[in-house]
Design a protein around this ligand. Structure first.
Ligand SMILES: Nc1ncnc2c1ncn2[C@@H]1O[C@H](COP(=O)(O)OP(=O)(O)O)[C@@H](O)[C@H]1O
Ligand SMILES: [Mg+2]
Length: 252
């Protein structure tokens, strides 16, 4: 059965597109077939994260009835399929939830996972995707503003009957002032599916137009993304701590 999962957040810039591109690549690495959809039709950038900013046929063409879905599906070198959105100003659009449902259900059965990168916030654009998906992963940073906004997304998902799989805490710097996993779980009343640390290798990978799990597969953050993918797929995966970390613990 195809799992249709929206990756959402209340606050922008928390790491949704980064999570979608890395989950798609990591799940493909675990032999799961994945279609990643850029459901963010106002500030689309999944294609940019994947090194293909311009596509001849995009999700906008499908939603406008100008193209068939199969013409908007592209293969990424990491093994998954992508339905990109047009990045140009002229093609900004807010999709109707029913049309998104139509897209998802045409694709259902054709993949193990459909991952949708959504727009931030609680506007019509993100609502329609949240409504159309079956499950949602909420991305947050470990600070009060993003967790507060994440709670709103959880409440909305609940009201639509979209199952909340849990939260991913991204950009963790391990500072004392940051909210802990426990605090975030309590606040959202949802499990934390995984944690991803702050690491400049993530931005470096994006600048090189590749998910970090492909760009630097052994990096600690890459393993953290893979652990979340494994969690979603029900696979056992153990993160290997870097040698210097073990040495530090031993010295302590
Ligand atoms: N774990 C991380 N460590 C360092 N930088 C990150 C991390 N995750 C995301 N970023 C940076 O944050 C920026 C915003 O991430 P993005 O995935 O585009 O957020 P969103 O899709 O939620 O708006 C990225 O361009 C990247 O440079
Ligand atoms: Mg984004």
């Amino acid at each position: 059965m195809t799992r249709i999962i929206a990756v959402a957040s209340g606050k922008g810039g928390v790491g949704k597109t980064t999570l979608v591109s890395n989950l798609a690549a990591a799940l493909s690495g675990f032999n799961r077939s994945v279609i990643a959809i850029d459901g963010n039709l106002t500030t689309s950038n999944l294609g940019l994260h994947l090194g293909i900013p311009l596509y001849p046929v995009t999700l906008q063409d499908v939603l406008k009835g100008k193209a068939k879905i199969k013409d908007a599906v592209y293969y990424h070198e990491s093994g998954f399929r992508v339905i990109p959105a047009d990045v140009s100003f002229e093609n900004i659009m807010v999709p109707e939830s029913e049309k998104m449902v139509g897209v998802f259900y045409t694709l259902a059965g054709d993949a193990d996972f459909i991952l949708i990168d959504t727009a931030a916030g609680l506007g019509k654009e993100s609502l329609s995707t949240l409504k159309a998906a079956d499950e949602v992963v909420v991305v947050t940073n470990p600070d009060r503003p993003s967790v507060t906004d994440a709670l709103k997304v959880c409440k909305l998902a609940e009201s639509f009957g979209t199952h909340i799989l849990g939260a991913v805490i991204n950009r963790v710097k391990k500072k004392r002032h940051e909210l802990s996993v426990q605090e975030i779980e309590n606040f959202l009343s949802a499990p934390v599916l995984g944690v991803v640390h702050e690491d400049s290798i993530v931005s470096e990978a994006i600048a090189n137009s590749r998910p970090v799990v492909i760009y630097q597969p052994k990096a600690f953050v890459a393993q953290q993304f893979k652990a979340i993918a494994a969690n979603l797929a029900g696979i056992e995966y153990k993160i290997r701590k870097p040698v210097f970390h073990k040495l530090f613990l031993w010295l302590k």
